[in-house]
Ligand binder design. Structure first.
Ligand code: FNR
Length: 182
């Protein structure tokens, strides 16, 4: 494929809606795009002392991000921000200083939550972090999904009610990537 996309879900829960959203999105990208879901549950807690002696999982994360053109974050909202596990992954791959593998990679932010404002505050916090990481992040369309039993269909895709909406977001993101990657 011409464009490689990393998809990172900010939840370690076995039946995570955001993992399911990431999986659904991975099969909705247009031709020429290839998606890979990135594991973050095996990372140790970030410790600056280990910047130059990373655990195998940290080295793997950095290599995986290095190898993609862009990143999609599917984040839950925990207490009106992003989960610590996602921040942990972002911090790990931002170091050592000057060697951040996030540098310049276009990003998309999406998420599903139980609450009615569905990850709006978490996404805004995440945008702040992605700005610090110099990741050009798609501003519009935004996508705040509230979980309901019909959000996903039986095949793990997006259910009929939200399918066109999510597909629109995915198509816009693909265009965003093309304008930022040569
Ligand atoms: C939540 N949840 C939640 N929901 C929300 O809309 N706003 C919030 O601030 C929070 N805060 C929060 C904190 C913690 C510690 C937990 C465990 C949960 C509920 C959350 O949306 C729900 O658990 C989702 O299912 C989490 O996403 P995953 O794990 O399904 O991807």
């Amino acid at each position: 494929s011409q464009f490689k996309i990393a998809i990172i879900a900010g939840s370690l829960r076995k039946d995570s809606y955001n993992v399911r959203l990431g999986q659904a999105i991975s099969s909705m990208l247009p031709e020429g795009f290839e998606a890979k879901l990135i594991e973050i549950g095996d990372l140790p807690l970030y410790n600056q002392d280990e910047d130059y002696t990373p655990a195998a999982s940290v080295a793997r994360l950095r290599e995986e991000i290095k190898g993609v053109d862009a990143v999609i974050f599917a984040t839950p909202e925990y207490n009106r921000s992003i989960p610590g596990v996602l921040k942990n992954a972002l911090d790990h791959a931002s170091r050592p200083w000057g060697e951040s593998v996030w540098q310049g990679k276009p990003a998309g932010v999406i998420g599903v939550a139980g609450g009615a404002i569905g990850t709006a505050m978490a996404q805004q916090h995440l945008r702040n972090i992605l700005a610090a990481l110099n990741m050009p992040t798609m501003g519009h369309p935004e996508a705040f999904l509230q979980y309901s039993d019909d959000l996903f269909d039986d095949q793990g895709g997006i259910g009929a009610k939200s399918r066109d909406f999510v597909q629109g977001w995915v198509d816009s993101f693909a265009k965003w990537v093309k304008t930022h990657v040569k």
